[in-house]
Design a protein around this ligand. Structure first.
Ligand code: HEM
Length: 211
């Protein structure tokens, strides 16, 4: 099986759905412990963040392993992240708030960690919706710009996790450090692109006829 082949992508998607299948099994067999709603929120939130981080790890891994075929897996991880984040949100809305939309609006306004989590989900939504080939073609250069929103979404998701922790900061701290490292790896590339754009602009200006 080739690393970026269709079967590899399907295998990854199936593997990414295992935590969901496990959750459904545990729910059906009473294996979610004494606080099932908390446990579902916990699992879906953590898997959403893990998938986001795995998606961010694809490009550095591609360069490190010289494996350009890994590229399509970013999309699979991104869609899995959106799936788990949506389930996490739905759990909160349905099981915590009993679909009281007024309470949701109040929480988004008044509980900062919910504001931040909700913003992360809102940012991820257009990325998930425009992840198809036809949208990539339709949006052209703007697609790349739009999809850079994932960096902000990961930052917000990591802050949301740290903020939601009541006592034990170690785990959210580790996730935040991994997110910071994966985002930090992008900085030299972004600076290089900026310098190259500036140089192109200067060349164009200098080659314009004077007078
Ligand atoms: C990309 C979007 C999001 C990600 C990645 C995410 C991730 C997480 C993570 C990792 C946790 C900690 C789970 C634990 O270990 O117990 C968490 C907790 C939580 N999240 Fe999110 N979240 C997101 C969006 C949201 C949204 C949209 C809401 C609701 C509007 C929300 C509500 C909550 C709640 C209520 C908790 C539990 C806090 C507690 O323990 O009291 N999250 N989230």
């Amino acid at each position: 099986m080739k690393i970026g082949s269709r079967s590899a992508r399907i295998a990854l998607a199936v593997a990414g759905l295992i935590p969901l299948a496990q959750g459904i099994f545990d729910f059906a067999t009473g294996g979610l412990g004494p606080e099932p709603v908390e446990e579902i929120t916990h699992r879906t939130g953590q898997w959403a963040l893990r998938m986001l981080l795995l998606g961010l790890a694809v490009s550095p891994a591609r360069r490190l392993l010289d494996a350009p075929g890994l590229a399509p897996h970013r999309r699979t991880f991104g869609l899995l992240a959106f799936l788990y984040a949506s389930l996490h949100f739905i759990t909160y809305l349905a099981l915590d708030l009993d679909f009281r939309l007024g309470d949701l609006a109040e929480d988004i306004r008044e509980r900062p960690f919910i504001t931040v989590g909700f913003s992360a989900l809102v940012l991820l939504s257009p990325l998930a919706l425009t992840s198809t080939r036809s949208w990539i073609r339709r949006l052209g250069k703007r697609w790349r710009q739009l999809h850079r929103g994932v960096y902000l979404a990961v930052t917000l998701a990591a802050i949301h996790f740290v903020w939601s922790a009541k006592a034990d900061w170690l785990e959210p701290g580790i996730y935040a450090a991994v997110a910071a490292a994966l985002l930090g790896l992008r900085i030299p590339g972004a600076l290089g692109r900026k310098r190259a754009n500036y140089a192109t602009l200067r060349r164009a200006e200098n080659s314009e006829p004077k007078g």
